[in-house]
Design a protein around this ligand. Structure first.
Ligand code: LLP
Length: 420
């Protein structure tokens, strides 16, 4: 459920017409609905209210400070994966007891920064990382709270690029080696074992893999407790899918909660969740202008001023994103066309062979469900400055990230010094 809707023929974000924003900020731009964002957060908070829990929004999905600020002010914690994301968490004043630090390649400097600021726990992904965390904590004279990220070897049945809980994936510690490594962790002087972590993939549209992973983890929990370890946190990761197309019907946060809580009935634990996409995905759209309408020999192309550098998901995962006109016109005939960008790659597309309204040069369109892994994965490929980000709150909108300039792009570069 989101707050993008037509009123008359114009597409609105909450109470603001998107063509009005386009007029003011130019195109392309990302537009986020704060009300949608907070509604999705609330759905998680309510779903888990019967148990002690933390909703640690996964910053990588969309790390704009205004988004983080809105979520943190409404009670969310944050799941971070880098020193940069830690700084963002600090900027919006996220309390240490609401931050988890995940990621497969934490550097010593990042571990030091996290321990200095304080976090609920570091989700450790390898034996080598465990020793590094211990050493860094020793240097600081502290004990680092850790969980081990377990790879349960469960098939999340999602796109192979975004599954993480299979044996062949680089993530986590194999389930079979978990007990041994936990035992080792509990012997280290500067580490304190506080949790178990598991994240199996993203855009999961079925509850079965979550349940399967949880059953494996629960077995481990009892063993760890029997061995005297005080496991206080169970981090079940993120991964809940969202509807990208009209027919998609992924489980709701309430259904996910019911499945998780049924599995965990008698466990005295704080449950941590790391949702990213489910909170921000459908709270954002990418707004672009049609530059050209072009007829190829076999196909029609709608060339927009946004490209794969702005939204990579269709190119990278062949992901489906809905396309809507910002102003509906019923006098135009529908056409089957590709919506493409200006980048010099055949993979630069937002939609292929899609039945669309008859767009014309100068029209505005939106690419839907672009709030998650949209701007955060964008790049400057083809020397294109990254687009502006706008947030709407009711009847007001504000630029929450200015459009980059070409000057900024070139700022860090210099010619090889020396005689010409
Ligand atoms: N926790 C961990 C440890 C993760 O690796 C991720 C996502 C999340 C939480 C949040 O997952 P979510 O709730 O958003 O599914 N770029 C891809 C998705 C990559 C997901 C990476 N990890 C895409 O655009 O589909």
């Amino acid at each position: 459920m989101d707050y993008f809707h037509y009123s008359g023929d114009r597409l609105y974000c909450e109470e603001v017409a998107l063509d009005r924003i386009a007029e003011a900020v130019g195109t392309p731009f990302y537009c986020y609905s704060e009300r949608t964002l907070l509604r999705h957060l609330r759905a998680f908070q309510e779903a888990f209210r019967a148990v002690d829990h933390r909703i640690c929004y996964s910053v990588k999905a969309n790390s704009n400070l205004a988004i983080l600020d809105a979520l943190v002010r409404h009670g969310a914690g944050l799941d971070i994966v880098s020193g940069g994301e830690l700084e963002r968490a600090q900027r919006v004043g996220c309390p240490a007891e609401r931050i988890v630090f995940s990621g497969v390649g934490k550097s010593a400097a990042e571990i030091r920064a996290a321990l200095t600021h304080g976090v609920i726990m570091l989700n450790v992904e390898s034996e080598a990382e465990l020793y590094r965390v211990n050493a860094v904590a020793a240097g600081l004279g502290v004990r680092a709270p850790v969980a081990l990220r377990i790879n349960p070897d469960v098939n999340p049945r999602t796109h192979p690029h975004i599954s993480t809980g299979l044996k062949r994936n680089k993530f986590g510690i194999p389930h079979g080696r978990a007990i041994a490594l936990y035992t080792e962790a509990s012997r280290l002087a500067n580490v304190v074992v506080v949790g178990v972590d598991c994240h199996i993939g993203s855009q999961l549209t079925d509850l079965a893999p979550f349940i399967e992973a949880l059953r494996r983890v629960r077995g481990l929990l009892s063993q760890l407790r029997a061995a005297g370890m005080d496991i206080r946190y169970l981090d079940v990761g993120g991964g809940l899918g969202i509807p990208y197309g009209e027919e998609d019907a992924p489980p709701s946060p309430a259904q996910l909660a019911e499945a998780i809580l049924t599995e965990l009935r008698e466990e005295a634990l704080t449950v941590i969740l790391e949702p990213g996409r489910a909170i921000v995905g459908n709270a954002g759209v990418l707004v672009a202008r049609v530059e050209y309408v072009k007829s190829g020999e076999e196909k029609q192309f709608i060339v927009t001023d946004a490209g794969m550098n702005d939204l990579l998901r269709p190119s990278l995962y062949n992901a489906y994103h809905g396309i809507l006109p910002v102003v509906r016109r019923f006098d135009r005939e529908e056409v089957t066309a590709d919506v493409v960008g200006p980048i010099c790659e055949s993979g630069d597309f937002f939609a292929r062979d899609r039945l669309l309204p008859g767009f014309q040069e100068g029209d505005l369109l939106v690419v839907r469900s672009a709030g998650a892994y949209g701007f955060s994965m964008s790049s400057n490929y083809n020397s294109r400055p990254r687009v502006a980000e706008v947030m709407v709150r009711g009847e007001r909108f504000a630029i929450v990230r200015r459009r980059e300039s070409v000057r900024q792009l070139l700022e860090n570069e210099q010619l090889f010094p020396g005689e010409a």
